[in-house]
Design a protein around this ligand. Structure first.
Ligand code: SF4
Ligand code: SF4
Length: 282
């Protein structure tokens, strides 16, 4: 049986908030019996765009991470609910029943992703229901997917086996996989948000003028092992992404026949901006 999934590409999200606004537009002022009670005007963000800024001039990176209910296959919220107040549909969608869930604040606490919001007026836990009422009437995309101008948010209706192959082929990741919740919201390029980077610039004094060094081979090494390789661009810049935060024992080595071998050691917090490495002629 085909099931619903969301695939979000962090590299293509630029924080326009169109998906979050479409969600607000869909659920504020409307209720969908069996699927969702009305979303309050303020205070709830069933789709939220998190932001992270790292680095320092000239190597600064900003990444945006749309987050929402993950429609987990092993959902802690289902286990925490009484009287079947949260149910997993055969098509993968998790629904917090707007009637049965009344007064069940423990559903908010049960979600490890902070995706459930408490509606004080209605005494009701609420989360994004994957626009189930629209999909049930023939829609093939959620409203967020429909309005996303870059295609960063895609709705997929596929068999689980197909989804798993896609996840492996495109190296998709989920949030906090160690929890074993098996989310149905997948991310491409999640490292841009979760992982550290190291960056620097290569220059050399040529004919009395300090010039950028293009095309030099730069090795990223850790504990004596080469783990990645890059070439400096026309501005002399190089960058390594997808590194573990708060890690040590790193170095970069510049190997280029034109220059003497140069290396610099560093540790990573959320990034390492190495500045300009001035190479000496061989
Ligand atoms: S609509 Fe697309 S680009 Fe805009 S914030 Fe949402 S996911 Fe990102
Ligand atoms: S993200 Fe939270 S609310 Fe959504 S299914 Fe998973 S545990 Fe439940």
């Amino acid at each position: 049986m085909k099931k619903w999934n969301l695939v979000i590409d962090v590299a293509n999200c630029f924080n326009c908030n169109a998906c979050a606004l479409a969600c607000h537009d869909e659920y504020h002022g409307n209720e969908f019996p069996g699927v969702a009670a009305e979303m309050p005007r303020r205070g709830h963000r069933w789709i939220e765009i998190l932001q992270r800024e790292r680095g320092r001039f000239p190597a600064v990176e900003v990444a945006y991470l749309p987050v929402t209910c993950n429609h987990c296959d092993e959902a802690p919220c289902v286990a925490a609910a009484r009287d079947g107040a949260v149910r997993k549909r055969p098509d993968g969608i998790v629904i917090i029943d707007p009637q049965r869930a009344k007064g069940q604040r423990q559903i908010v606490d049960a979600c490890p992703y902070g995706a459930v919001h408490w509606n004080e007026d209605k005494q009701l836990p609420q989360a994004w229901p994957f626009d189930a009422h629209l999909l049930d009437h023939g829609w093939t995309r959620t409203r967020g997917s429909q309005v996303c101008p870059t295609g960063a948010m895609r709705t997929l209706h596929v068999e689980d086996t197909e989804m798993q192959s896609l996840a492996e082929r495109e190296r998709l990741q989920v949030l906090q996989p160690e929890r074993g919740t098996r989310p149905r919201v997948y991310y491409r390029n999640l490292d841009l948000y979760l992982k550290a980077f190291a960056a620097g610039t290569l220059a050399a004094d040529i004919g009395g003028v300090r010039e950028c060094v293009e095309g030099a081979r730069v090795l990223l090494r850790r504990s004596g092992q080469t783990v990645a390789e890059a070439r400096s661009d026309p501005y002399g810049d190089f960058r390594f992404r997808g590194l573990d935060e708060n890690s040590s024992g790193w170095s970069v080595e510049v190997e280029d026949a034109r220059f003497r071998k140069t290396s610099v050691e560093f540790s990573l917090t959320d990034c390492a901006v190495l500045g300009t490495l001035v190479l000496q002629a061989a």
